[in-house]
Design a protein around this ligand. Sequence first.
Ligand code: 5GP
Length: 188
Amino acid sequence: MGIGQLLVMDKITLHNKTFKPFIKNDELEAIIDNVADRINADFEGCTDVPIIICVLNGAVMFTAAVMKRLNFNVELCSIKLSSYVGTQSTGTVLVPLGLTSDVKDRRVIIVEDIVDTGNTIVALKELLYSKGATDVKICTMLMKPDVYAKPDKLDYVGKAIPNAFIVGYGLDYDELGRQYKDIYVIDE
Ligand code: 5GP
């Protein structure tokens, strides 16, 4: 079998679109090690119990992977905000699922799968501060620097990627593709 055939076999189809391999799981694991090391260093010796906020559904896998590597006590809660329909950001941030923990007087680390325009993460950060969080850090597996349009600092970024639509490792295309352990990019 030639290389061309192998590459074709590596592609996946979700609904009406084809995606090709982009970030292999080995690289993701290294990215996650690095992010967790930085969080552990910043929170070394902490006596409070920070809250990890998993942004559902996309950040489920990344959150679990980061949490397994943390060496201080954390509490987990989840929130659902969505600004995407199909492959384009709509710019509207919906809040269909609320916070499951009281963040008042707590330090919080938001864990996201990907930051694109930043609308989602900044809306969530403001929501958490309005509910009394004392410090809100942002941790994201991936970000798109060409699209990010907010002044807010992203504290822990796994990897910066070009502006293309990706799926896998929690990320979906209209709810499909979340289960893949590698990340795929749209094949245009
Ligand atoms: P933002 O609010 O930063 O524009 O968008 C962030 C959210 O949009 C992410 O949590 C994710 O759900 C979704 N998103 C952004 N870029 C992509 C992408 O390339 N692929 C997928 N599947 N979702 C994305």
